[in-house]
Design a protein around this ligand. Structure first.
Ligand code: SAM
Ligand code: SF4
Length: 359
């Protein structure tokens, strides 16, 4: 077992059987996370990148069975922030809080068409910050328009590489289309972020091994991994929640295989375990996404209940976050935090052949 971890730490390659072997033994968590922490230190350093997250609309045309924002959830109060409000939040985060990246996230809200989105991107890009979008599936032309308007990165989790599971939990959506979107994002020239949920009902360790290999195959620039947390107003209300240790292990293995990418310590990790984000930072993560959304809207962006919020909208909360980061011997980055590619790790990106899986 140790030799497999050593192999991953030094060569950054493991096959499906080797990943499965590591995933199925709960006793190796400490060794794997320690190795991921060393690799994180060696390749991306001790700096933690803060990305200011603005959840600008919780309106969504999709119906993902795990998500509280799904179309059929009538219990949720829907909101949409206007362009001026979003810009002011971004401006505050950059000029007052000193954040170097803004992340705009929403449900798939069709009001924000290409023209409106590009106007917003152009305005935010007048600030001295990088911009990430996380707004779902769009056409290749739209992704290109985002890039041309100045957007730097796009996050689109594949959610799971198990196509049967995807079909079950993402009704009306197509895994193939989501996969194509990731190619279109890559072709647009934006950095590509992806990720998965850990603990979806019916998910196997084999499919988690495939997820990690998928991130490697598409050469993702960022990977966000979070445990699934059931929401009471969704079809998965009675499902078991994801396991924190397993989520941490999937994240750590992703760091071992993709040593130079950006990996967030996700909000779902913090929600599921006390100090979850700190543990994630010590297990391969190097990014935190503090929330800079309007206070009155935060409670309505409820993907899952009890969503923990890393605050960064006052000097006090920023000081607290900085203290938390320095308490583990890390510091806050002062640059925009693009992926610093290691030349010896170039991987061909375009076509991906996934392990056979019906549909
Ligand atoms: N609508 C866009 C999309 O789906 O790509 C972006 C926003 S969506 C709310 C962001 C992420 O939230 C999803 O990719 C999904 O992995 C995560 N999420 C949704 N419901 C969740 C749940 N119940 N537990 C944990 N994460 C969840
Ligand atoms: Fe909509 Fe994204 Fe939630 Fe799916 S995960 S329902 S696309 S907000």
């Amino acid at each position: 077992m140790l030799s497999l971890i050593e192999k991953a730490e030094t060569g950054h390659e493991l096959n499906r059987e080797e990943l499965l072997c590591l995933l199925s033994d709960a006793s190796n968590l400490q060794e794997i996370t320690a190795a991921a922490d060393r690799v994180r230190h060696e390749y991306v350093g001790d700096e933690v990148h803060l990305r200011g997250l603005i959840e600008f609309s919780n309106i969504c045309k999709n119906n993902c069975c795990y998500c509280g924002l799904r179309r059929d959830n009538t219990e949720i109060h829907r909101y949409r922030l206007d362009e001026d409000t979003i810009f002011k939040l971004a401006e505050y985060a950059v000029t007052q809080m000193g954040l170097k990246t803004i992340v705009l996230q929403s449900g798939e809200d069709m009001w924000f068409n290409s023209q409106r989105m590009c106007a917003l991107i152009g305005r935010i890009k007048t600030l001295d910050a990088a911009l990430t979008l996380s707004v779902g599936e769009k056409s290749a032309e739209e992704y290109l328009a985002y890039k041309q308007a100045g957007c730097d990165r796009f996050l689109l989790r594949i959610e799971t590489t198990d196509k049967i599971l995807y079909k079950r939990h993402d009704p009306g959506m197509s895994w193939k289309r989501r996969r194509e979107c990731l190619n279109d994002i890559r072709r647009s020239g934006m950095e590509v972020g992806s990720g998965c949920l850990v603990g979806l009902p019916g998910q196997t360790l084999e499919s988690l091994a495939d997820d990690i290999l998928f991130f490697k195959q598409i050469n993702a620039d960022m990977v966000g991994i979070g445990p699934f947390i059931p929401h009471p107003d969704t079809p998965l209300r009675n499902a078991e929640k994801g396991n924190f240790d397993l989520s941490l292990k999937v994240m750590a293995l992703t760091r071992l295989l993709l040593p130079d990418i950006n990996i967030p310590a996700t909000t779902a990790m913090e929600t599921l375990a006390s100090n979850g984000q700190t543990k994630a930072l010590q297990s391969g993560a190097n990014v935190i996404m503090p929330n800079v959304t309007l206070n009155e809207c935060r409670k309505y962006y409820e993907l899952y209940p009890g969503k923990s919020v890393t605050n960064c909208s006052s000097d006090k909360s920023l000081a607290k976050l900085r203290a938390k980061i320095s308490s583990i011997g890390r510091s806050v980055a002062t640059d925009k935090g693009f992926r610093k590619r290691q030349n010896n790790l170039q991987i061909e990106t375009l076509s991906v052949i996934m392990p056979s899986n019906k549909n």
